[in-house]
Design a protein around this ligand. Structure first.
Ligand code: IPD
Ligand code: CA
Ligand code: CA
Length: 270
């Protein structure tokens, strides 16, 4: 897709996302216990996630009729195709249901397997983070960039705690211990998409997490990259989208982050 076309599509997709953001905001604090389902261990969902997803599928489908979808809540069949929207209609569902303010909508568009557009909309603060390929990254119309922080001592790091896949807790806690001692602090906000958006605009210097799905990170990853940052998996490779493990940050801090994480998660590698 050509750059001008992509920019226009991004603008229209942002409008669609903001409309669904309004719906989610209106539902905050109104979801009763009887409306909450448990999909799997510690994974909750309500009509808000499902309605938001159906809205996004309808609106984004109209913008690009040839595109197929990968979505979290299965309101549409997940398919492979030349153009593919990857949608998390509500990232941070546990926060939303507990009336904590950190939750977002994450949308990405891929063309032949390459992400070309990303939107992360923070519902409570109405902050829209977005980027398109080779177009830069923005927060509500202002250009954003990752930090030039180069040392752990000056850094604020984001993560997500393991909450169902406890197999890698030991290396995770080793990394955590080093960062706890060596950085300004660690934050766990509970929305992976937002963690990435906050890296993109420099609020966080870096972020890492494992056991994620593509819909958690597809939108945020391209925003970090277009903001000048680096995104990789725990081995330093490109398999973060479907591999479940992700590190993202400003380019100056990333070598130290990657080295620390590899050392504990994949110790046999140099
Ligand atoms: C979750 C959030 C959370 C992360 C989890 C995700 P959900 O998404 O992104 O920050 O730690 O791994 O599953 O379930 O709220 O859409
Ligand atoms: Ca999610
Ligand atoms: Ca979700």
């Amino acid at each position: 897709m050509q750059n001008r076309q992509l920019e226009k599509l991004c603008l229209l997709a942002r409008r669609a996302v903001a409309q669904t953001g309004t719906f989610i905001r209106q539902q905050a604090g109104k979801v009763g216990a009887e409306a909450i389902e448990t999909k799997s261990h510690n994974s909750l969902v309500s009509y808000v996630d499902k309605t938001a997803e159906a809205q996004l599928v309808e609106k984004l489908g109209q913008l690009l009729p040839e595109a197929v979808f990968i979505t979290e809540e299965d309101t549409v069949e997940n398919q492979d195709g030349t153009y593919q929207w990857i949608i998390d209609p509500l990232d941070g569902t546990t926060n939303f249901l507990h009336q904590l303010p950190f939750y977002s909508i994450s949308v990405a568009l891929r063309e032949k397997g390459e992400t070309i557009l990303g939107i992360v909309y923070e519902v409570t603060r109405e902050e829209c983070f977005y980027a398109w390929k080779d177009g830069g990254a923005y927060l509500n119309d202002e250009r954003i960039s990752t930090t030039s922080c180069a040392t752990f001592g000056d850094s604020l790091i984001a993560t997500g705690f393991p909450y169902y896949d406890y197999e890698k807790v030991t290396p995770y806690l080793e990394v955590f211990k080093t960062l706890m001692h060596g950085t300004r602090g660690i934050r766990r906000f509970g929305s992976a998409a937002l963690d990435l958006a906050y890296v993109a605009c420099g609020r966080f210097d870096a972020y890492f997490e494992y056991s994620l799905n593509a819909w958690d990170i597809a939108g945020g990853a391209i925003i970090v990259q277009e903001a000048g940052g680096r995104v990789c998996d725990f081995e330093g490779g490109d398999n973060y989208l479907f591999g479940g493990e992700i590190i993202a940050g400003g380019t100056q801090l990333m070598p130290a982050m990657e080295q620390l994480i590899q050392q504990h998660f994949y110790p046999s590698q140099p």
